[in-house]
Design a protein around this ligand. Structure first.
Ligand code: GTP
Ligand code: MG
Length: 332
């Protein structure tokens, strides 16, 4: 039976720091409009990126001398929110709160070490129709199940970038796990992201929501579609990767701050013109690889079956799981 009160106990009880308003680069001494523009063009969009940059790179990007670059970096370091040290004790306490959400398929849960983990990013990649969106819907439903049924008695934020969120599917899936469809829909907060900037902005909005509601899951379906569509040219790869990196780190921070699971989907690029590596690698390459804790590659099998494979996981054995896409949702 679904619990009435959201499972606050599992959530981060400590106050979550307000994200600091972003300081424009122009605020730094020695940085005028022209230099700021050059820096942004080179991918230095905020103080943090400048704070950790090398003087040589900044000098080259802004076409200034190394001494001026050093001064700008020094000032960025003073002003940027570079982060604080946390004691091992705090970290352990946080780790102890880790929760897991079932995918509704036992073998897939086992592949993931017990379900989709909070305070971590789980990426589902695969070609069209491989089941990424269906899985995202299912996990958004399952997050609401009581803990003893594989859920976290929480709510979900669903960032929909491709207009593929279907409330009807939620109704089917809620019925399939014995939840009230209306109540289930009410606990999934959906926002359509119109472009990559909007997508990133929505994560900030999600933080506001998470301060009021017990958000235990944040879905971004798809993580990469807008980025891929907007940054097409060869020369745009670097800025795209920088923004994607920023986005992923904001997602991770959300997961840590609210003890939420982050689920992202990613289409594989099937570009025959890629000369090196696997042409069916997920988009975003090593940037996503570094940020995502669990990467699951989905492929089609005999309908309605799908095969999930864990890729690049440092702490789980590689393996495969088979599940089915049915009208009631994901099934073993
Ligand atoms: P892209 O977003 O195009 O990259 O694909 P995806 O990986 O998100 O695929 P998605 O999760 O949308 O999977 C689509 C598949 O799910 C369909 O081919 C069907 O097999 C299955 N599916 C979707 N809706 C239903 C449904 O209502 N009933 C059943 N039985 N299967 C469904
Ligand atoms: Mg999809």
């Amino acid at each position: 039976m679904p619990t009435k009160s959201p499972n606050r106990a599992a959530s981060a009880a400590e106050p979550v720091p307000e994200p600091k308003p972003e300081i424009p680069l122009e605020d730094l001494p020695g940085v005028g409009a022209t230099i700021a523009e050059k820096l942004r063009e080179a991918g230095y969009t905020d103080l943090m990126e400048l704070a950790v940059a090398s003087p040589g790179d900044v000098a080259e990007a802004a076409e200034i001398g190394p001494a001026s670059a050093q001064k700008i970096i020094g000032e960025a370091r003073r002003r940027a929110d570079v982060g604080q040290f946390e004691s091992g004790t705090t970290l352990l306490a946080r780790r102890k709160k880790l929760g897991r959400i079932t995918t509704n398929a036992k073998s897939l849960d086992e592949l993931l070490g017990g379900g989709v983990e909070t305070q971590a990013i789980t990426e589902f990649s695969g070609e069209f129709g491989s089941g990424k969106t269906q899985l995202a819907h299912q996990i958004a439903v399952d997050a609401q199940l009581p803990v003893d049924q594989g859920g976290l008695a929480g709510e979900a934020v669903y960032v929909d970038t491709e207009s593929t969120f279907r409330p009807e599917r939620i109704v089917d899936m809620a019925k399939g796990v014995g939840l009230d469809p209306e109540a289930t829909l009410a606990k999934i907060h959906v926002a359509r992201a119109y472009n990559s900037n909007h997508q990133m902005l929505l994560i900030q909005k999600a933080q506001e929501l998470a301060r009021e509601r017990p958000i235990r899951l944040l879905v971004v379906d798809s993580l990469t579609a807008h980025f891929r569509a907007e940054y097409l040219g060869r020369g745009e790869l670097a800025p795209r990767q920088q923004l994607l990196n920023k986005h992923l780190h904001e997602l991770l921070r959300f997961g840590d701050a609210y003890n939420a699971a982050i689920v992202v989907t990613n289409q594989v690029s099937s570009r025959p013109d890629i000369l090196f590596g696997d042409p069916t690698r997920p988009i975003g390459g090593n940037i996503v690889a570094h940020a995502a804790t669990y990467r699951v590659y989905l492929r089609k099998s005999k309908p309605p079956r799908r095969i999930a494979r864990l890729i690049d996981s440092p702490n789980l054995p590689e393996g495969e799981a088979v599940f089915s896409l049915t009208t009631e949702g994901i099934r073993e």
